[in-house]
Design a protein around this ligand. Sequence first.
Ligand code: ARG
Ligand code: ZN
Length: 855
Amino acid sequence: NTHDLADYRPYPFVLSATRMHFDLQPQATRVRAALSLAPRDPDRAEDLVLDGGKAVELLSLAVDGEALDPAHVLREGETLTIAAAALPPHPFLLETEVRIDPSANTAFEGLYISNGMFCTQCEAEGFRHITFYPDRPDVMATFHVTIDSDLPVLLSNGNPVGQSQGRAEWHDPWPKPSYLFALVAGDLVAVSDSFTTRSGRRVALNVWVRPGDGDRAGFAMESLIKSMKWDEDVYGREYDLDVFNIVAVDDFNMGAMENKGLNIFNSKLVLASPETATDTDYERIEAVIAHEYFHNWTGNRITCRDWFQLCLKEGLTVFRDQQFTSDMRSAAVKRIEDVQALRSRQFREDQGPLAHPPRPDRYEEINNFYTATVYEKGAEVIGMLKRLVGDDGYRRALDLYFDRHDGDAATIEDWLTVFEDATGRDLSQFKRWYTDAGTPRLTMAEDWQPGEAGGTLTLAFTQDTPPTPGQPEKLPRVIPIAVGLIGPNGDEVAPTQVLEMTEASQRFVFQGLGSRPVVSALRGFSAPVMLSRRQDDATRAFLLAHDTDPFARWEAGRDLALAALIGAAQGQAVGSDYVEAIGRLIADDGADPAFRALCLNLPGEEEIATRLSAEGITPDPDAIHVARESLARQIAEAHLDLLSRIYDDMAVAGPYRPDAADAARRSLRNAALALLTRIDGGERAEILFGIAGNMTERLAALTALLRRGKGQAELAALHDQFAGNRLVMDKWFAIQAMAAPPAQAAAIARALSQRKDFEWKNPNRFRALLGGLSGNHAGFHAADGSGYDFTADWLLRMDPVNPQIAARMSTAFETWTRYDGGRRAKALAALEQIAAAEGLSKNTREMVSRMIAAG
Ligand code: ARG
Ligand code: ZN
């Protein structure tokens, strides 16, 4: 059952208003819905097709108050069809009553119960598990919702219009698609505040959590207020209701959800205290609170015509949350972090059997397309657009977008047209970024000709995108290449300019240069491509010391490290260039500690494998692991005193604060600690674990110890202290699988999975353990297949319970084709074992068959 972009047709009925009534009972919730419908074309009678899950029990069905003749109603699969003959040629009211069982909903899609509280997740197609409805994003209606329940807090979208004992009523005046519907009912407490918009609307803000968690919700509230202000200041976007509610739930398939006026969050993205959350957790909370809030305009006021357009809202909203974080923290550090994440998740996806364009043109299960390509590459594409049209052009285009499309369910074509109209640019070639999969390979060659009137530098670029599933042939794309030139004495002789590449190969000439400069290319990572250029280690070290663009500077260090690691993984001796250059860089006390930390952290094993396989070399996970370990040890030995000084200097005095400045110091200190632990027998890490009051340092210390085969006492201590805290226990599970010595990793994961407190039906706990193992590159890819087998066993167990989670975790296998024959055979056997399971969900089936097809 595949869906094709080309098959789009508007819904034949217009739905203007939806009224719902919920009688909430854990095992038998009754839902009444009244839909104000009208035929789109009164002269053309059409059947009315509603979506509705198999577990939705239909109790009654009436049109304009009259029960329907059963002969006119057909229930088949996940749809309910009412024959055109039973419908009037004018507006009518369709009323249904259904019964559902939230307590049996382990898939956490639709209405379910988490820890005694009712909550919903409707994106993408969860609403059909609540009632019969045109469950598609281009059908938008106002909602009026009444909830009957004994639970004290009853929430839905929009503004509260009535609260009495056992009942709450909500009205959402902004027409919305069903995927933005939400309902929450539970015993909850709120951290409350307010925000006054610049036009004077006073908005009541609440972050709802379970009793006892209130003291960990303050940071989320601060982040919300910052986000509201930022969206006014930077995009001119104001909030449009009287209340904004956020609710934290423990069982949640994804990170969070932007339901209109009622955002629902995975509790790990709301709850934070210094003792339980790391600096990274705080940064993510701030970013995701912002992301969901920003969706109010980019997603809710302007939504998507169909799910093929998902990146219209997700790419743009990720781009906006990245801008927000750059403004709140360090722009340079944020850019480097984002590129690292893009490479490790999206380039990996693009390189394998699951590659797809930011706007796919077919799918079986849309939940399988909430991917790094749709989100993160979708954001990169917008970054390129902005670079090409300039900041002013971007601003004008966005103003026009909000103006023209407010209230619409829009498409990528609409989005590009807005940019064309606002800037006069033809974007037909640029559009390939949305429709074509794969990461372009960009090569750069330099030619220098000295001359009397100064020398001439020619940069020759070629681009080429390898084939991806279903797209064997690729045409050239528009690639903005930001370039600067550095003179031999280290001064910048040409500031950043953006070269616009549109051909398969193209030259750019720089004239009148006094002497041969060093080229700093792809500054700011101006396009999501893999750049290769012939560059020696001395040039890289020069750029690492002198580049004025922080990303390019970091990248030079990265290239040095990767060259050393790739050589070492293939059995070559490591030169000292990298070790010396990194020493000079981290010794620079004038540089941002966060930047120094980013340079000091070696590329991960997965990243090394990705780079090798892009170069056509079969990665050997064990050799990569050994190479990385030995380079780390070399750095630690060469810079022992320096690292030890940094470790002491970077200690943060005073109470813990999650801000960027303190977090930066801790990140450098922890990077130093990881290296020092290789030499000092774990002494510093053990002391730090014992005295640190914050989770950032304790977890860093524990990780360093576990990687050295130590840390058992610390693990036990952490367990004793936090056995009752789910979020900390998730870390406890994850870290053991992730930091385990590769040869033992699968066995350790298996033993952990047999514990009583491995509450595997909780998505966070399941992801902690399975994601921990797949994050242990050499452990997951152990030559004996133990990592594959463990993962396959658990995917099979999870699939009937929660198909979305099983399908998502199956991406652990997405790189299987890049390894050697022995590993490939074992991975394929695991995938085939999954594929053979009876009753496999369509989610997991789609993923597994795409992966097998690549074999
Ligand atoms: N729209 C949400 C966000 O990115 C994600 C929801 C995804 N849900 C899903 N079932 N795939 O903010
Ligand atoms: Zn989103």
